[in-house]
Write a protein that binds this ligand. Structure first.
Ligand SMILES: Cc1cc2nc3c(=O)[nH]c(=O)nc-3n(C[C@H](O)[C@H](O)[C@H](O)COP(=O)(O)OP(=O)(O)OC[C@H]3O[C@@H](n4cnc5c(N)ncnc54)[C@H](O)[C@@H]3O)c2cc1C
Length: 479
């Protein structure tokens, strides 16, 4: 039996990996040249505690459960996850009422450890917060991670267990017979399919429509961000939310797993035809500065490293749409994956395989005896104790050659990223953090291009930043 998963975001990657635990052929098709580059790439990276989601919603069903799975998942797949906790802060009694509602809602959703703190305790835990803050809802189970790395790690582990990954192919149609999909058509090939799982993120509604299945319409809801330098490490130690509004969880301040400070996101509904345009605007970034300064008055925006935006796949019902289709018997939708999708994804992956495929579709999946749940990260040599690093350099001098100075990434790490499938500059960036530091590739990009050229045995002009059209060099200025 062959299951085809469309889309290698955090949902598709974790579902595909979950399926490799069973004796079944699994194919994951992604239109980009690497995994985790859709919605999964640009978000707040928070593993939410689970108090925001209305009890009874699909979001509530999976958020707190997914959160609880992150500890083990991060150990198995060796990615960064820090359970740092979060505050939702209130400046007055009216906002306190909202915190009390969230606390109650969180308890209904099974979120452990929620408590409301008062000013002195808040400031002793987070001394850089605005002293006008009076109350905070403290959620100790909230965490932070690297979202694209969850997808990369899941796929690497999946491939180790037999997953077939197809990159750079876009699903453009289906062949059906007797109300079932028999084949998937991409822009390059055809694939026989017994079961199809639609995890196409912002384009999930179009895929479902194309398959003739039920769907909810999706539009992008843009969130703009500012990333501040690691010099500010420790400015806040937890995720700091304002009191939420009806529209969003608000514009927040949080530490990133590697020591930077992230500010954002805004929440702006865009028309359906802007699904592929994650742009930032002067107004959006100004809003981020204004709102976050209210939370942390000492924020220094001159330490901005990068600005970027992400697009949430938003639907009118504001909830995930995770269903085995009633009209197309072998089709499953995992769409409308707005926040807290990153958090919920591990629990959703289990649900899709165990409840929808095995129980609802009644497909017998037999567990493999030799499934290996582990994957190891690319070693970051400069973080090793000096004696160990020296030993590694003796074994391979490339482990001592720094290529990216901001994040101290060596040539050996870059070569390892290529060995694991990186074919583009962004592929290297998201696997190693080279080009992710203060200079954003200003110093190291050319050196990385040369390593890619040598390892892939191609001319530099053939190497792309990310997509087929994003060329970096055009050719030689002179021979
Ligand atoms: C601003 C913002 C903030 C957020 N903050 C958080 C947070 O802090 N915590 C949290 O839990 N969640 C958060 N989320 C939500 C989370 O990011 C998403 O729920 C999650 O990343 C969605 O993953 P996905 O796999 O559904 O989509 P994607 O990552 O977009 O994956 C879908 C993939 O399908 C591919 N694809 C599409 N069409 C085709 C096709 N025709 N053929 C082949 N491939 C195709 C795409 O290229 C893409 O790679 C946030 C989202 C945003 C935008």
């Amino acid at each position: 039996m062959r299951v085809v998963v469309i889309g290698a975001g955090v949902f598709g990657s974790l579902i595909a990996r979950e399926l490799t635990k069973y004796d079944v052929e699994v194919i994951l098709i992604e239109k980009n040249l690497d995994v985790g580059w859709g919605v999964t790439k640009a978000n707040s990276a928070i593993v939410h505690a689970g108090y925001d989601d209305p009890p009874g919603s699909v979001r509530a069903q999976f958020c707190a459960k997914g959160n609880m799975m992150y500890e083990d998942l991060s150990k198995e797949l060796d990615f960064d996850f820090k359970r740092i906790g979060s505050f939702v802060v209130a400046f007055n009694e009216e906002e306190l009422e909202e915190l009390e509602k969230l606390l109650k809602q969180g308890e209904e959703n099974g979120v452990p450890g929620l408590t409301i703190l008062e000013r002195d305790e808040i400031l002793s835990m987070e001394p850089n917060l605005n002293p006008e803050i009076k109350y905070a809802l403290y959620a100790p189970t909230a965490g932070i991670t690297e979202p694209w790395m969850v997808a990369i790690a899941a796929v690497e582990n999946g491939v180790k267990n037999g997953l077939k990954l197809i990159l750079g192919e876009k699903v453009v149609g289906f062949v059906k017979s007797n109300g079932r999909i028999t084949e998937l058509i991409t822009n390059k090939s055809h694939y026989h399919a017994d079961v199809v799982i639609n995890c196409a993120g912002l384009h999930g509604d179009e895929i479902s429509k194309m398959a003739g299945a039920e769907y909810v319409p999706l539009h992008p809801r843009k969130g703009e961000y500012i990333l501040l330098d690691k010099k500010l490490q420790g400015l806040v130690r937890r995720v700091i939310f304002p009191t939420p509004t009806k529209i969003s969880k608000g514009i927040l301040v949080l530490p990133t797993v590697d020591g930077g400070i992230l500010l954002g996101p805004t929440a702006e509904d865009l028309p359906e035809d802007m699904k592929d345009r994650p742009i930032t605007t002067k107004e959006g970034l100004e809003k981020v500065r204004e709102f976050t300064k209210r939370l942390v008055p000492s924020l220094d925006f001159s330490l901005t490293v990068k600005t970027f935006s992400g697009l949430r796949p938003e639907s009118p019902q504001k909830d995930f749409f995770i269903k085995a289709s009633d009209t197309v018997k072998n089709f499953v939708n995992v769409i409308a994956t707005r926040s807290p999708g990153l958090t919920a994804a591990p629990a959703v992956a289990k649900y899709v395989v165990e409840e929808l495929i095995q129980e609802k579709m009644k497909l017998p999946l037999i567990k493999k005896k030799d499934f290996d749940p582990t994957r190891e990260r690319i070693p970051h040599y400069s973080s090793l104790p000096i004696e160990k690093w020296q030993e590694e350099i003796k074994k391979d001098p490339r482990a001592g050659r720094l290529v990216c100075f901001c994040n101290e990434v060596t040539e050996k790490e870059i070569v390892e990223a290529i060995r694991r499938g990186a074919r583009t500059l962004d592929g290297i960036k998201f696997r190693t953090r080279a080009m992710f530091g203060r200079c954003q590739g200003g110093f190291c990009m050319v050196r990385i291009l040369k390593i890619l050229e040598k390892e892939l045995e191609v001319d530099m002009s053939e190497i792309r930043m990310k997509s087929e059209n994003s060329w970096v060099v055009d050719g030689k200025v002179r021979e």
